[in-house]
Design a protein around this ligand. Structure first.
Ligand SMILES: [Zn+2]
Length: 200
């Protein structure tokens, strides 16, 4: 079952929020928080937060088995690996071996199992639905992304000091910004001011 990324609302700890569509669910997941300087963006504080993220939007996986602390730890390791691999690919660097190993390990678990409803018109995930399966599905999506036709479309936002990373799924392939309402408009404003400063 193909998951179409629809994006998520990201909250800035300093205030404000904006909608960001990373173009792939695994990349959306990579923006749920992080380590080091990105720890202030953490949104997965406890296992229930992971369950909530997985249930909202794609993969739309409502857990039927309670998420464990161990799964939350695994989720954060996978998130970091996806983040590291995406940035390496965007920069044209070789992928870090540790990130590749972590993604492969997560993908080795059984993924979410699609299940057709009785009337045959919609699909969901067959129970039991566990976080480990959802993580496998995200890891498999990342593997497809890195090895598929959109592999060269993984980019970091062109905004100053904006580390958000996305895959450009648009037909022209000219996406530059994480979100127009954030970095795109900032850049336009800066260009306008620079022009005004030059015109006396
Ligand atoms: Zn940006």
């Amino acid at each position: 079952m193909r998951m179409n990324a629809t994006g998520r609302v990201l909250h800035d700890p300093k205030g404000g929020s904006f909608r960001f569509d990373a173009g792939a669910v695994c990349l959306d997941f990579a923006h749920t928080g992080g380590e080091g300087q990105y720890a202030i963006f953490e949104s997965l504080h406890e296992p229930a937060d992971l369950a909530e993220w997985l249930a909202q939007g794609p993969p739309a996986a409502v857990m039927t088995v309670t998420v464990t602390a161990h799964e939350l730890t695994a989720a954060k390791a996978l998130r970091q690996a996806i983040w590291d691999a995406a940035h390496a690919r965007a920069a044209g660097r070789p992928l870090p071996a540790g990130a590749v190993a972590t993604i492969n390990r997560a993908a080795a678990a059984a993924p979410l199992i699609p299940e057709l409803t009785a009337d045959g018109t919609t699909a969901g995930w067959a129970p039991p639905v566990r976080a480990t399966q959802a993580l496998s599905t995200l890891a498999r999506e990342m593997i497809e992304l890195l090895s598929g036709p959109l592999a060269q479309r993984i980019r970091e936002c062109a905004g100053d000091n904006c580390p958000l990373v996305f895959v450009d799924t648009s037909r022209p392939g000219a996406r530059r910004w994480c979100a127009m309402e954030r970095c795109g408009n900032r850049q336009k404003l800066r260009a306008l001011r620079a022009r005004q400063a030059m015109d006396p």
